[in-house]
Ligand binder design. Sequence first.
Ligand SMILES: Cc1cc2nc3c(=O)[nH]c(=O)nc-3n(C[C@H](O)[C@H](O)[C@H](O)COP(=O)(O)OP(=O)(O)OC[C@H]3O[C@@H](n4cnc5c(N)ncnc54)[C@H](O)[C@@H]3O)c2cc1C
Length: 235
Amino acid sequence: MAWHVATVVAVRDETPVARTIVLDVPSWPGHLAGQHVDLRLTAEDGYSTQRGYSLAAPANGHRIELTVQRVEDGEVSPHLTRVVEVGDVFELRGPIGGWFVWRPEDTAPVLLLAGGSGIVPLMAMIRARRSPVPFRLLYSVRRPADRFYVDELRNPPPGVDVTYVYTRNPPEDWPRPPERLNATDLATAGWPADLTPDCFVCGPTGFVEAAADLLVGLGHDPSRIRTERFGTGGD
Ligand SMILES: Cc1cc2nc3c(=O)[nH]c(=O)nc-3n(C[C@H](O)[C@H](O)[C@H](O)COP(=O)(O)OP(=O)(O)OC[C@H]3O[C@@H](n4cnc5c(N)ncnc54)[C@H](O)[C@@H]3O)c2cc1C
């Protein structure tokens, strides 16, 4: 797969530790919601390293968006969230992934389960939606300040329901105690298994495994549960 040259055309802070990077990629072939890229950074001394990042939105012409959350002791994400500025150039390869994708022509109800930065490819699915297909998003974060895309998710399109799950510090008067996503959350804010929804689960490995187990326990067909693991760490 060929490497593309990508130029940073805008950056936007989502939280104090997460940033959306808008890239212009003249040779971009287009992509589906849920796919990701490999992004390669090369230092002046020739050292180079690469990481996977999900595409956060449908392509806008040659423009694509990534949202990166800083892992404080990480090698790449501190650079992308602190140092990168408009005009910087990277290489990227993609789009990658053919299973963890949602197509606008799909008609089944959609259940999205996001843990932390796992919201990124799920947001691309919400942004790619063009029909009345009903979506339900359960978005697990430690505290309100960790939420990405706050304004957009405050007023989601009709037919897209958004439920937050706070695992550490909920807002004042929040009715649910702070704890990890559980079967009651899924039973009340998800879709019943007999509607045979397409389920997409994304986030840190521990979140993804626990959430997928809960779905199976509630009777969801494992063949309709698609997962994407971002790595260790987080809730
Ligand atoms: C398919 C795919 C898509 C991804 N999409 C996104 C995305 O859209 N946004 C995004 O922010 N990240 C995404 N990631 C994670 C990303 O690839 C990097 O792992 C992350 O940015 C950390 O890289 P780093 O170089 O800063 O840390 P590293 O130097 O690789 O790791 C440093 C330390 O952090 C731990 N660590 C590594 N990854 C994570 C993590 N994700 N969370 C917490 N701790 C971690 C490691 O165990 C290690 O201890 C994705 C990963 C995959 C596989």
